[in-house]
Design a protein around this ligand. Structure first.
Ligand code: NAD
Length: 374
């Protein structure tokens, strides 16, 4: 099958084995079939999830081309594509089937095929779109894209058309990290005007949530982190209070600021002890959305009576419960109006510097690395 299709040459950052540096390799990608689109990647964000998959927290088969916050221009379309054309600017988001019970009920981020489509390393026919020059398949379709590459194969349903008057090179992170933070606040928690909101972790997800909480009219916005520079940026993004949990007891300080406990919270550190603190720091009828991703099997504890007597809610949230085709253009519009300045979180790197981008992200130096490809 691979040999019958026509291919073009690409450069891609390959993760060869657990924890290894990304390695730039010359590979080939096939032309789009069915409802697929071929996208020339202009830039792609790097998300913490790329790094935990590189480190095999999740069992994505390797070697693989990762990258799941791609933005680019459509260069070819499959015969079944109806709503997209060559030349369209697109942001690539997560994959879903569109026909299972969860998709049909509008809950696309909980698609029954989510794991296979985003982490399975192959397309729906069990094939790779990317291969070596000897036609050996390389695991791809990461989040239905694998965008750490000069070209990516995506599908019509996860390529989000965006307007051409905003630079494409900033838009990729809207496909995952930024929509996750903003969508969790807007769609999952439904943060209300005049309420208090808190993010545990002031990384890309947490600070997008801070920006969104401001858009929603929260009047107390708290960011908790252990890195001072991130807390300083949180203030710039609209946090009314910041707490360094290495230096202060966060539960005590939060209860003091909010007069008893916070209304809405987002957990983005992926640390079980922080989830426990997050439940504790909620006020009566408070809600916490757990978004941070630990290793598979990690468990967190909470006081059951504290939860039930106070009517608290703990919810897990994937991709901010966003329907990306509907939500991402809204974020772009908010950005154009100056109400959602997510570009302040970005630092650009070249494809050759992708390992430096990963290092800077892990050391807390760079909040949202974006790899310029074209
Ligand atoms: P990030 O590394 O930029 O942010 C995490 C932040 O948590 C950092 O600022 C770090 O300093 C802080 N932190 C770490 N330990 C802490 C502690 N004990 N107390 C307080 N703060 C602490 O990562 P990100 O890109 O913002 O992603 C956040 C998490 O969300 C990751 O686990 C990522 O895999 C996950 N994620 C989940 C989804 C989803 O759909 N659920 C989507 C995107 C990302």
């Amino acid at each position: 099958m691979l040999n019958e299709l026509s291919y073009r040459e690409i450069y891609a950052a390959v993760t060869e084995c657990k924890g290894a540096d990304f390695k730039i390799q010359k590979l080939k990608i096939r032309e789009p079939i069915g409802d697929e689109v071929l996208v020339k990647i202009v830039a792609t964000g790097m998300c913490h999830t790329d790094l935990i998959v590189r480190d095999q927290y999740y069992p994505v088969p390797l070697p693989a081309v990762l990258g799941h916050e791609g933005a680019g221009i459509i260069e070819a379309i499959g015969p079944q594509v109806k709503s997209l054309s060559v030349g369209d600017h697109v942001v690539l988001s997560y994959g879903y089937c569109g026909s299972c019970t969860h998709c049909l009920s509008g809950n696309l981020t909980y698609c029954e095929e989510a794991f296979v489509r985003n982490f399975g390393g192959k397309d729906q026919n069990g094939c790779n779109a990317i291969c070596t020059h000897d036609h050996v398949g390389v695991n791809d379709h990461f989040f239905s894209q694998s965008s750490f590459a000069t070209y990516a194969i995506s599908r019509e349903n996860n390529a989000v058309k965006v307007c051409k008057d905003v630079p494409l090179e900033i838009l990729g992170p809207l496909g995952c990290g930024i929509q996750t933070g903003a969508g969790t606040v807007i769609n999952a928690l439904n943060v209300r005007p005049g309420s208090s909101f808190l993010t545990w972790g002031a990384g890309a997800v947490g600070l997008s949530a801070v920006l969104a909480a401001k858009v929603c009219g929260a009047t107390t916005i708290i960011a908790v982190d252990i890195v001072e520079s991130r807390l300083a940026l949180a203030k710039e993004m609209g946090a009314t209070h910041v707490v360094n949990s290495k230096e202060q007891n966060p539960i005590e300080v939060i209860k003091q600021i909010t007069n008893g406990g916070v209304n809405f919270a987002l957990e983005s550190t992926g640390r079980p002890e922080v989830i426990s603190n997050g439940v504790e720091a909620l006020g009566t009828l408070g809600k916490i959305a757990v978004v941070g991703a630990p290793r598979l099997g990690v468990k967190a504890e909470f006081d059951v009576n504290n939860l039930l007597l106070n009517g608290k809610t703990i919810m897990g949230v994937i991709e901010g419960n966003c329907n990306s085709k509907w939500f991402i253009p809204q974020l772009v519009e908010l950005y154009k109006q100056g109400r959602f300045p997510f570009d302040k979180l970005i630092k650009f790197y070249s494809l050759d510097d992708i390992n430096q981008a990963a290092l800077d992200s892990e050391r807390g130096i760079t909040l949202k690395p974006v790899i310029r490809i074209a």
